[in-house]
Design a protein around this ligand. Structure first.
Ligand code: NDP
Ligand code: CA
Length: 320
């Protein structure tokens, strides 16, 4: 009933550099909106996906299989409504430590038989990183608290002794909310600015701690919030642009689904990184339209309506 998931290859954006950096020192990062169980079964109306393909008893193994296939050192998830009963205990046995921030008014809570609120989860491999600190953030828009959250975790790499700051977020969904997403993005950037500057956030200067920001931004690349991240003083770049032939454009889609209102194929998910501190050594290619199939996502092949994004980073050696 469940055919094997098509293989995705890692693409090395800088072929000439391949092999120069010791691959064992790569930091592998996964960004994935895993589709909240309550929303998938009770809210989303993916009309071409049989409800049976969303059955949690099976679907959870597809999600875990994808995580175990790539074994990221850092795992950033959105729409997690099975943190305490599934992901935290299972991933803890696999050597991960997690932090979870539920949404204050999760839409999962209005679904009958829900498993609690959904939220953002950030896991890291404890063999590779030591925890410096972690904060849960409720994003504000013009000082008004919103229903969207972020987890920001500062880690110390045990192999290099270097610090890094990782954030995961899930911005407000749907069209018509572009301004809210813009404000939420600005609030997140402000918080990242003060958390990564030892002096407490003199804007304009380069951050002391390199950054990785993973998220379902619910925003296409032409939106303000994307431009805001791309032009921020934090000097961030989006890793998946390196998949394109010119290195300048985002993939054609990171989510692809069919609802009663129509088909939605768009790029909403990103992995941002400090361009002066990290190089991107490999990017996991996206499945093709043919591999995804005519019924789109989710499906018996793919457990979420969003695809996972996986990249290998390494610290750039800075001349002292
Ligand atoms: P968002 O608008 O950010 O969306 C919430 C979720 O719905 C996202 O995970 C999103 O997925 C998904 N979604 C996006 N588009 C659709 C669609 N067309 N059909 C179905 N699902 C979709 O929600 P908020 O966080 O702002 O919360 C608002 C929601 O909360 C309301 O829709 C309401 O149902 C619910 N609510 C709950 C209350 C409570 O008591 N808990 C009280 C009031 C409202 P993705 O990001 O992948 O697109
Ligand atoms: Ca969703």
């Amino acid at each position: 009933k469940r055919p094997p998931r098509p293989h995705r290859a890692f693409i090395c954006p800088r072929e000439e550099d391949a092999g120069q950096s010791a691959t064992s020192w790569n930091i592998r990062v996964m960004q994935w909106n895993i589709l909240a169980q309550a929303l998938g079964e009770g809210m989303d109306s993916f009309i071409n996906c049989p409800l049976e393909a969303l059955n949690w008893a099976e679907r959870k193994y597809l999600i875990l299989d994808e995580i175990l296939t790539y074994r990221p050192h850092i795992l950033c998830l959105q729409e997690v409504d099975h943190y305490y009963d599934t992901f935290q205990p299972i991933l803890a046995r696999l050597g991960y430590h997690g932090n979870f921030c539920p949404k204050p008014w999760s839409p999962c809570l209005v679904v009958e038989g829900n498993n609690g609120p959904d939220g953002c989860a950030l896991f890291y491999d404890e063999a590779r990183f030591e925890l410096v600190g972690s904060v849960n953030l409720r994003l504000s828009a013009l000082l008004i608290p919103t229903n969207q959250v972020a987890v920001i975790t500062t880690l110390l790499c045990r192999m290099t002794g270097k610090r890094l700051c990782v954030a995961v977020t899930h911005l407000k969904a749907r069209s018509g909310w572009e301004c809210l997403r813009g404000a939420q993005g600005s609030d997140l950037l402000q918080n990242l600015m003060s958390l990564t500057h030892a002096s407490g956030g003199s804007s304009g200067s380069t951050p002391d701690t390199p950054l990785l920001v993973c998220g379902d931004f619910n925003a296409v690349p032409s939106e303000d919030v994307y431009r805001c991240f791309a032009s921020s003083p934090l000097k961030l770049d989006s890793a998946y642009k390196l998949l394109s032939s010119d290195g300048l454009s985002e993939p054609a889609f990171t989510t692809w689904k069919i609802r009663p209102t129509g088909e939605c194929c768009s790029t909403l998910d990103y992995i941002w990184y400090s361009r002066d501190s990290f190089s991107v050594d490999a990017v996991l290619e996206m499945p093709t339209e043919e591999q995804i199939g005519p019924n789109r996502l989710p499906s018996y092949h793919y457990p979420s309506d969003h695809l996972s994004l996986v990249c290998d980073f390494s610290f750039k050696e800075k001349p002292e």
